[in-house]
Design a protein around this ligand. Structure first.
Ligand SMILES: [Zn+2]
Length: 198
């Protein structure tokens, strides 16, 4: 229960992180964060403790201590800057696969994982770099068709232009657990408001 994920919003109500319940509560106790309930009401530790007393048992998760019980928070709002810097997405093989949905970005097929390769759109031999905007997943046949040519020369087209994914896009795939309707509200907002990086 204590290691369950809590969505962290910064002072502008933008989702910036996911932390454990334990970490979230410690931020709240220290007054670095408040808890957001599903009606968007904001609680500090004491008022959350009061609310937890009144709330029905059924359908809710509680943390129990010898003297009181606490509703498990789902979303917290930071009250100070710098407590939790925004997450960034690591540029690595795993996240490229997640971003491209295990799908060849030239023909749209979804072959077995071991038949997918990471292709440089501008080939390395032509100075192409390993960046979010220059690498995509490709099936073996598209990869060999493209070879060392530029995209234009190869006659291939991209399913979608590659870009750096939002950190939540890679997180979503690793998070397993109960449905979080409250998260969804902030996650969707984060998707729409995200600034597109290089
Ligand atoms: Zn392909």
């Amino acid at each position: 229960m204590l290691s369950q994920g809590v969505l962290v919003l910064n002072r502008n109500w933008m989702a910036v992180h996911v932390c454990s319940v334990r970490r979230a509560l410690s931020l709240v106790v220290q007054d670095y964060a408040r808890i957001i309930a599903d009606d968007y009401q904001i609680y500090d530790f004491n008022s959350w403790r009061e609310l937890s007393k009144r709330i029905e048992h059924e359908g809710n998760d509680f943390i129990r201590t010898p003297s009181f019980r606490l509703l498990v928070p789902e979303v917290i709002l930071l009250t100070v800057f710098g407590r939790m810097p925004p997450r960034t997405v690591k540029f690595n093989r795993r996240n490229i696969y997640v971003r491209d949905h295990h799908t060849c970005q030239y023909c749209g097929t979804k072959p077995p994982r071991e038949e997918l390769t990471i292709d440089h759109i501008v080939p390395r031999s032509r100075g192409g770099r390993s960046t979010w905007k220059n690498v995509v997943l490709a099936c073996q046949s598209c990869n060999s068709r493209k070879g060392n040519q530029t995209l234009e020369k190869s006659g291939l087209t991209l399913v979608r232009p590659p870009k750096k994914p939002h950190w939540m896009a890679t997180l979503r795939n690793t998070l397993r657990g109960p449905d979080r309707p409250l998260w969804q509200k902030f996650v969707d907002a984060a998707y729409w408001n995200v600034t597109l990086e290089d």
